[in-house]
Write a protein that binds this ligand. Structure first.
Ligand SMILES: CC(C)(COP(=O)(O)OP(=O)(O)OC[C@H]1O[C@@H](n2cnc3c(N)ncnc32)[C@H](O)[C@@H]1OP(=O)(O)O)[C@@H](O)C(=O)NCCC(=O)NCCS
Length: 331
């Protein structure tokens, strides 16, 4: 069986959003099918960048048709590899067409890796290949010196319970209240303390500093990359005596029917009192009241205490994917 692929690889910046539209539609179909995620509503910004011809990346072209793409984002001295996607082959769902598609995605991923790791100002490259199976690109990533970390995409169904999210409860000496925009700076500090020496701060370096964590929060709250932020289902836990922020849960809507927990963390000194469980329950109930019927989240496979919590709260493992990090000066 011939599974070799010889597409022409071109600069993504030569193409507009309209030219990529059929490919993006096919990708969106897969995001919905695999992740319950309406990717198009999350990517207004991506489309704007495409039209501004400002998105670094590559397309694979065969017989004049765009059959795959990869894009990258530069954030100061860090490069992030965004989506890597190749369209299903016309021969359908056969194992042969699947092999060709994977091969094409590998070629595109290797192009993005080479672009970023050979960019002089770039010291770090991160990627989270949500749409791909874990280990699918292990060879390409590991050959380029990436550290690969398996992550779970977890899912649960939501059922109406009659809860009224206007009256949040008190738990473990903390009051739960709705997220406010003014919480951003304090929440960034909380993220840094909660993720200190944590596997997730090794795959996302924004968790390592208050400035980085604030950028992360800003992206979640203001931009649709992680879905549309739902403030009504985002809460902070505040120590009833001191007013210290003890924990938070942030939620978004990733499709008309599905929500996503974009962040949940509790400061070390407030752990093991049931705060995370309560935060998750309040968010879940608010998202149900908001009309959603499914809820998803991502978690690193090594984060067993968080996984135990999610399993207790009726989440189950839906898919496994890879996150990966490369650093110029080693780990
Ligand atoms: C994961 C995390 C959010 C859990 O927060 P938490 O508030 O400690 O969670 P809970 O208190 O609800 O549950 C934690 C444990 O305490 C136990 N617990 C809950 N209430 C308790 C109590 N009153 N007394 C004793 N133990 C208790 C739970 O049974 C659970 O036990 P387990 O780890 O053996 O399963 C927290 O550890 C954290 O912020 N970690 C870093 C960030 C992170 O990993 N976030 C998730 C990313 S996907």
């Amino acid at each position: 069986m011939n599974t070799s692929v010889t597409p022409e690889i071109r600069d993504l910046r030569l193409y507009t959003a309209a030219q990529l539209r059929p490919l993006l539609d096919a990708e969106n179909h897969l995001w919905l099918e695999r992740l319950n995620w309406d990717y198009m509503s999350s990517t207004r910004l991506l489309l704007e960048y495409l039209d501004a011809r400002a998105l670094p990346g590559f397309v694979a072209v065969e017989h004049g048709e765009i059959i795959g793409y990869v894009f990258c984002v530069y954030e100061a001295n860090k490069g992030v590899i965004g989506n890597v996607f190749a369209a299903p082959q016309p021969s359908g769902q056969s194992a042969h067409s699947d092999t060709i598609r994977r091969e094409l995605q590998r070629i595109l991923l290797e192009q993005a890796i080479a672009l970023l790791t050979h960019s002089p100002g770039i010291d770090r490259v991160e990627t989270q290949l949500l749409l791909h199976e874990a280990r699918e690109h292990a060879d390409a990533l590991e050959a380029a010196g990436f550290r690969r970390v398996e992550r779970l995409y977890m899912l649960r169904e939501l059922h109406e319970s009659g809860f009224s999210p206007q009256h949040p409860p008190v738990t473990g000496g903390c009051l739960l209240r709705q997220w406010r925009d003014a919480d951003m700076a304090t929440a960034a500090q909380l993220i840094v303390s909660a993720y200190h020496d944590h596997p997730d701060s090794r795959i996302n370096d924004q968790y390592q500093t208050p400035q980085g964590a604030q950028r992360f929060l800003h992206n979640i709250v203001r931009y649709p990359g992680c879905g549309t932020f739902v403030p009504e289902a985002s809460f902070v836990a505040v120590d009833a005596l001191t007013g210290t922020m003890a924990g938070m849960v942030l939620s978004s809507r990733i499709s008309t029917f599905c929500g996503h927990i974009t962040q949940i963390c509790v400061a070390p000194q407030f752990r093991r009192r049931g705060l995370a469980e309560q935060l998750l329950r309040v968010a879940t109930q608010a998202l149900t009241a908001y009309g959603l019927t499914r809820l998803t989240l991502t978690v690193t496979a090594a984060n067993q205490s968080a996984i135990r919590l999610y399993l207790r709260e009726k989440f189950y493992e839906h898919r496994r994917f890879d996150a990966a990090v490369w650093t110029r000066h080693g780990f």
